[in-house]
Design a protein around this ligand. Sequence first.
Ligand code: CDP
Length: 790
Amino acid sequence: MAVDELSVGGLGARVKRVEDDRLIRGKGNFTDDFKLPGMLHMEILRSPHAHARIVSVDTTKAWAIPGVHLVLTGELMAQRNLAWMPTLSYDTQAVMAMDKVRFQGQEVAAVVADDPYIAKDACEAIEVVYESLPAIVNPMQAKAPDAPLIRDDKDGQADNVCYTWEVGDKSMTDRVFERAENVVKLDCYYPRSHPSPIECCGCIADFNPATAKLTIYMTTQAPHIIRTAVALVAELPEHMIRIIAPDIGGGFGNKVPVYPGYVIATLASILVGRPVKWIEDKTGNLISTGFARDMYFHGELAIDRRGKIEGLRIHVDTDNGAFFSDAQPTKFKVGLMHSAFACYDIPYGHLTSQGHYTNKAPGGVAYRCSFRVTEAMFFQERLIAAAASDLGIDPAEFRRVNFVREFPWRTTYGMLLDSGDYDKCLTLALEKLGYEELRKEQAAARKEGRYIGIGISTMTEPLGAGNSREFDIIGIKMFDSAELRIHPSGKAVLKIGSKTQGQGHETTFAQIVAHELGIPSTDILVQHGDTDNTPFGMGTYASRSTPTAGAATSMASRKVRAKARKLAAHLLEVSEDDLEWELGRFYVRDAPQRGVTIQDCALAAYTNMPDGLEPGLENNAYYDPPNMTWPFAAYLAAVEIDPETGVWEVLRFVAVDDCGVRINPMIVEGQIMGGLAEAFAMSNMQFITFDSSGNCIGANYMDYLIPTAWETPKWELHEVVTPCPHHPIGAKGVGECATVGGPAAFVNAVMDAVSHLGVRNIDMPVFSGRVWEAITQQHDVSGFPPLAGH
Ligand code: CDP
């Protein structure tokens, strides 16, 4: 008898997360939990200035403090050729400032001591003399003709531009706009935010002078890339480097880049010959590690009288901070920004983008998003909402008129969509919200002076980087891997190239094996995060794990099943061709009662294999996806604004997600709820801003707000399933969909509530103060500089 898919914890089973047994009992092992014999502690001295020349660094007093083992400066780093490092975007980044500091919080020196308190005191004893320079805190200042040059370290760099990029058909797009019946324009700003995981970044670098092996315990979402990067930067042989990423307390993109602290701790361990631990504090994390967003948009839509979009123009200015260190596929200077408007059928489009150096922390990380997709979808949905409102078309209808309906579909900026049913998702969402009724309620409320608004956000996004033809990071092609070993007893170990940071891979990837082989998911141990112990993979970010490592898990399982078939034929004394497979069992086609289980085959692989068949039952797969996966979401928010204060509350929020086949519906729902909470926070409470001197405002949790259960609205979740045609189990990524599509739903709802007052745009965060200003003064509230009070 076949085993039942749900009872073995296969696809669709709501298996509880196996990770949680240890995590909720406080038995997880995070980087800071490791205490190695002889371990020392490192603290970093950071720049108080955003832009200043370094006149001198005097470390005499720091060296004199008992318990100090090493003081590192830019000069020492330079002696080892480590003062600068390459970034993932082929720029250079200072590991430790030597000539000048370029953002507040930049690394200036570090101390290694017996404990972190001594190291901190010694940092404070280092005397640095700075000569202050004017700070540039936004692209508009960076572009000014008299702007100071931030990257005077780079040969041939005469301005503050770090890249320019374009995609699309300019001449045809211009022609469409010339004869357009309607042109709708919108400018808006997606403010700088921060992924802000609860666990900050850190590492323990452990160089063993006896074996010359370097082991680094590290908070990284991508251990294998880090190993390669360390090998290249430190010129150490790769097989003598081991990166261990233990439990991670949230990554959200913040733990993808290589930060100077990792490099400094590694050099420190090599120099002192002892393990060196460096763990950031919260302020360090918020001011110096990868920020997200910080993009200024201008967009235009050419629309005919029926509401059909004929052309699209977008220009984006990005604020990249002092170093261009965005983690993104090499080909795409502004990440996957060109996925904007993918779900709409738009014949012609042209996108231009320019990046700017400023005196702010570098990063441009994809905060729970596929390389700038969040920004792309936010602007898309704001522009769509503005267009519908300007033209007086119902926003749901406007979307329907313009949705892509045939697949495969090449988007205006060249991406390939392979599946989806956008209308179905939106229709379900409208139905669940009771859209028509709510519109009537809104009209009646308006007569009473109450401001109710309905916001719609619909989007498809590319998840699962690569394929290897188009996607690479520092030249390493984007694919992923899995290695499956079945023990004689039928229990299994699965090793994957991705790295869970809370998504539940130890649960869901075992479920994929259960689906392919019928082995109960509870009999499968999933290992990840240790480069000595897992196959090479590109790590976990951009919701790529299920589309890539998940697919590799299927493929490795299928290879194992192919070998198990030979063993089954041997055990049943029939030809392989006479066998059929049902979940967990091979049987003889003409005698279905004669069969063997996958566990029988596993035992035979070690105890009773046929002549000529090598023993063992294991295999691996490196999976290079043919395309990204394209999940779709329709998010609907209903809000009510208090006209006296501008405070708005969410009345209802309906989410319909189509992420293809769901491996574990409970985990998928958790991913969506968490993503929506982050989207809600971005829409109205989070931004990291800077004063005119470049001082970071928002470097603590009093200013940078994290939503609690108290503020978070209730989510109403629904699903549609259109399987991904090229993924072995039809799954699409889902981890970031809600963070990507969510913010526009909230902002569009607030705009819908105040549109009758002539208000067209309030930039995020849509604070109550901004809403109140918009209502009372009946104008837009822009996040573009100069901001009031700055
Ligand atoms: O790369 P990351 O794990 O962040 O994102 P993902 O691949 O979208 O997966 C997030 C979590 O949801 C993982 O545990 C997946 O296996 C699970 N998932 C699922 O159960 N079904 C899907 N169709 C997609 C993801």
